[in-house]
Design a binder for this molecule. Structure first.
Ligand SMILES: NC(=O)c1ccc[n+]([C@@H]2O[C@H](COP(=O)([O-])OP(=O)(O)OC[C@H]3O[C@@H](n4cnc5c(N)ncnc54)[C@H](OP(=O)(O)O)[C@@H]3O)[C@@H](O)[C@H]2O)c1
Length: 320
């Protein structure tokens, strides 16, 4: 099969399209023919940190068709259309096929395309767990989504609206119309306005991206409010780990989210997508051989929604 394999000594290209052995499913695993896979910050962050999957193949958010099942597999059959998050299962999504335990996948609704399904897993589960679990967002609460333009942010705005919050979203000029179209009640263009100058406080602040001081978020938080730190710069995440517990000693709380790949959450979200209640936003779609370009584009930090790799191409693959 063809796969994008990481080669740490690769000059100039570390991610190379190669012919590798097609995997065989173990007894509790399924073999999935991948139709689409999306790119996440976790892909390039893992590369930067030297956390390389065993087979050198990154990519975790896949959608495809079950091609073979292990002898103990009960919930899936050959031909089922599925999606899943392979993070924590060895990744392997930037490829034509992948094997993973059957418990990794949920059934893809027929009305949802493979590309749209692949855009969902990690970003949407992260947004859901930030809003519903860590943020405990309630109807009528004022929620600030700081960094609404990317993969997690576009889901976070829609999910906060789903939970009937009053949503203020912060993004760059380019993303203002998109963020409004996703349902945000107020949109703040961070290149023109500072959240410190807003005349309101927030019950929940979801920090998806950016690099503001933790104390700044606390200043615009209501008395019993919560800040949920999802992402941003590595230094900001480290500071939250170190100073979050100290800054949470009063009634205002600051915590860091460590999202989990849960099939119950994935089923919940893909149902909302199928019902048209949540619309995944796809900025660009690349062919498998251009995975490196797709990752570099995401790495620039200003993708509008998700970046997706379409694995099945009508054009023949070119080996270089
Ligand atoms: N905690 C967890 O478990 C978990 C799980 C998944 C992801 N993450 C983290 O969450 C973050 C977002 O992930 P993602 O997949 O959504 O990434 P992404 O798609 O690359 O997000 C990029 C978006 O962030 C916005 N942004 C960039 N600089 C900003 C700034 N200075 N202020 C406000 N917004 C800014 C950009 O919007 P504009 O163009 O409008 O600036 C862009 O659209 C990453 O840091 C990722 O590592 C954490």
């Amino acid at each position: 099969m063809k796969a994008i394999v990481f080669n740490k000594n690769g000059i100039p290209e570390k991610l190379v399209l190669q012919e590798v052995e097609k995997p065989n499913p173990l007894e509790n695993e399924v073999l999935v023919k991948i139709r689409a896979v999306s790119v996440n910050a976790a892909d390039y962050r893992s590369m930067q940190l030297g956390m390389i999957p065993k087979n050198g193949i990154f990519g975790s958010d896949v959608a495809g068709v079950v091609e073979a099942v292990g002898s103990q597999v009960k919930s899936l059959c050959v031909g089922d259309e599925v999606l899943g998050d392979l993070s924590g299962k060895g990744s392997g999504g930037f490829a034509e096929f992948v094997t993973a335990p059957e418990s990794t996948f949920v059934i893809k609704p027929v009305t949802v395309s493979f590309e749209v399904a692949a855009a969902v897993p990690m970003a949407a589960m992260t947004a859901l767990q930030a809003i519903r679990d860590k943020g405990q967002v309630q109807a009528g609460q004022k929620v600030l989504i700081y960094g609404s333009g990317g993969g997690v942010g576009t889901f976070a705005v829609q999910l906060a609206k789903y939970y009937v919050a009053e949503v203020t979203a912060v993004c760059n000029t380019k993303n203002v119309p998109l963020t409004r179209s996703l349902g945000a009640d107020h949109v703040v263009d961070y290149s023109e306005e500072d959240i410190l100058n807003l005349d309101r406080k927030f019950d929940v602040i979801i920090v998806v991206n950016g690099n503001r001081r933790l104390m700044l978020y606390k200043k615009v938080l209501s008395a019993e409010g919560r800040v949920v730190m999802v992402g941003g710069s590595l230094s900001q995440i480290l500071k939250t780990m170190i100073f979050g517990p100290i800054l949470s000693m009063g009634s205002k709380k600051i915590s860091l989210l460590a999202a989990k790949a849960l099939t119950t959450d994935l089923e919940f979200i893909i149902k909302l997508v199928a019902e048209g209640k949540i619309k995944p936003v796809i900025d660009r779609t690349y062919p498998l051989k251009e995975t490196s370009d797709a990752i570099n584009y995401l790495k620039q930090g200003h993708a509008q929604g998700k970046v997706v790799i379409s694995v099945l191409q009508s054009k023949p693959f070119l080996f270089t």
